[in-house]
Design a protein around this ligand. Structure first.
Ligand SMILES: NC(=O)C1=CN([C@@H]2O[C@H](COP(=O)(O)OP(=O)(O)OC[C@H]3O[C@@H](n4cnc5c(N)ncnc54)[C@H](O)[C@@H]3O)[C@@H](O)[C@H]2O)C=CC1
Ligand SMILES: O=C(O)[C@@H]1CCC=N1
Length: 275
C-alpha cells in the first residue's frame, strides 16, 4: 500500500523533499502538506499535492515530516498533541530540524511516539544531499523503510545507532557544504591573485571540486591514493601540499569540526530545554 506522507511546513526543505518524492514516482495524491502561510500552497497545489488547511488534518497520514525551523517546532508539536492523543494508530514522525532530540520531540508531542530524527544538508535542495538518520526505540522496521524513502529522495541516507552521533553528522555533512564553499572561495581568490579573471577562476574551481568528488565516489582506491596520483614527484602539487601541511591543515580541520560538534551539543540543550 502507498505510504501517505505529510509535511508540516512547506518551506524550502519540504518542497525539495516533495520534488524528490514526485520525481521518484510517489503519487501526488498520497502527499499532504500544510503551512501557516497560505502563500506556500500555489506551486504545490499545481503539482497535485493535497493542501490541508490545518496541521491536525495531517494526522491522517502514515508519516509526518516536521519541516519547520527548530525555533517553530515546539509550538507546532504542542498544538498537535491533543488530537494526537485521541488516535488509535499515531503516525511516524520524521524530524529534519537541527538540534532537537527525539526525547524533546516526544515531550512536546505528549507521549513516546515513533520518531526518526534526521540531519540533512542543503544540497538536498538539488537532490544531492547526504542525510544522517536515527530512529528511537518505537520505530518499526517498516517505518525505518518509510522514513528512509522520504530522505533518499533528497540524496544518500545513512543510519546512526546512537542519537549523539547525529552531532558528529551535523559537524561533518550538516555544516560540511559551508566548509567546501569556504575552500572554494579561497581557491577563487588565490586564482585571481595569480592573474585569472573571476569567471575563469570560479568555473575552474567549481568543476575541479565536482570532478574530484565524483572521481572519489566512483573510484575503488582511497583518497590518499587519488591524491598521490595527482602529485608528481618534485612537481607543483607536492609544493602546495607541503605548504598546507606546514600550515597544519589537518589539525585546523579537526579543530573546526570539534567546534561545530560542541556547538551542536549546546544547541540541543538550548532548544530542548530540560531534555
Ligand atoms: N542541515 C541543514 O543544512 C538543513 C537543515 N534544515 C532543517 O529543515 C527545517 C526546515 O527548514 P527550511 O525549509 O529552510 O525552513 P523554511 O522557513 O523555508 O520553511 C518552514 C515553513 O514552516 C512554516 N511553519 C512555521 N510554523 C508552522 C506551523 N506551526 N504550522 C505550519 N507551518 C509552519 C513556515 O511558514 C515556513 O513556510 C529546519 O528545521 C532546518 O533546521 C533545512 C535545510 C538544511
Ligand atoms: O549551522 C547550523 O547550525 C545548521 C546545522 C547544520 C547546518 N546548518
Amino acid at each position: 500500500m502507498t505510504t501517505r506522507i505529510a509535511f508540516l511546513g512547506a518551506g524550502n526543505m519540504a518542497k525539495s523533499l516533495i520534488g524528490g518524492l514526485l520525481a521518484s514516482g510517489h503519487p501526488a495524491d498520497a502527499i499532504m502538506v500544510s503551512d501557516k502561510l497560505a502563500t506556500q500552497a500555489a506551486d504545490l497545489q499545481l503539482a497535485g499535492v493535497c493542501w490541508c488547511e490545518s496541521n491536525d488534518a495531517l494526522l491522517a497520514a502514515d508519516l509526518i515530516v516536521l519541516a519547520v525551523k527548530p525555533q517553530q517546532l515546539q509550538a507546532a508539536c504542542e498544538a498537535l498533541a491533543p488530537k494526537l492523543q485521541q488516535q488509535t494508530k499515531p503516525p511516524l514522525f520524521v524530524s529534519i530540524a537541527a538540534g532537537i532530540t527525539t526525547d524533546t520531540l516526544a515531550r512536546w508531542l505528549g507521549a513516546d511516539y515513533a520518531i526518526v530524527r534526521t540531519m540533512p544538508n542543503t544540497p538536498a535542495l538539488i537532490q544531492s544531499g547526504a542525510t544522517g538518520l536515527f530512529a528511537n526505540a518505537q520505530v518499526t522496521p517498516a517505518q525505518h523503510e518509510q522514513a528512509e524513502q522520504v530522505l533518499r529522495s533528497a540524496g544518500i541516507t545513512l543510519w546512526v545507532n546512537k542519537e549523539s552521533q547525529l552531532d558528529a553528522v551535523t559537524a561533518l555533512s550538516g555544516s560540511g557544504p559551508a566548509y567546501f564553499f569556504l575552500f572554494m572561495e579561497a581557491m577563487v581568490s588565490a586564482g585571481k591573485e595569480l592573474g585569472l579573471n573571476q569567471d575563469t577562476a570560479e568555473l575552474l574551481t567549481l568543476q575541479t571540486a565536482l570532478g574530484a568528488a565524483k572521481m572519489a565516489l566512483e573510484s575503488d582506491v582511497n583518497l590518499a591514493e587519488l591524491r598521490a596520483r595527482v602529485t608528481s614527484p618534485n612537481g607543483t602539487t607536492e609544493r602546495a601540499i607541503q605548504s598546507f601541511q606546514t600550515a597544519q591543515l589537518e589539525q585546523t580541520v579537526a579543530k573546526a569540526m570539534q567546534a561545530a560538534h560542541q556547538r551542536a551539543q549546546q544547541l540541543s540543550q538550548e532548544l530542548g530545554g530540560q531534555a
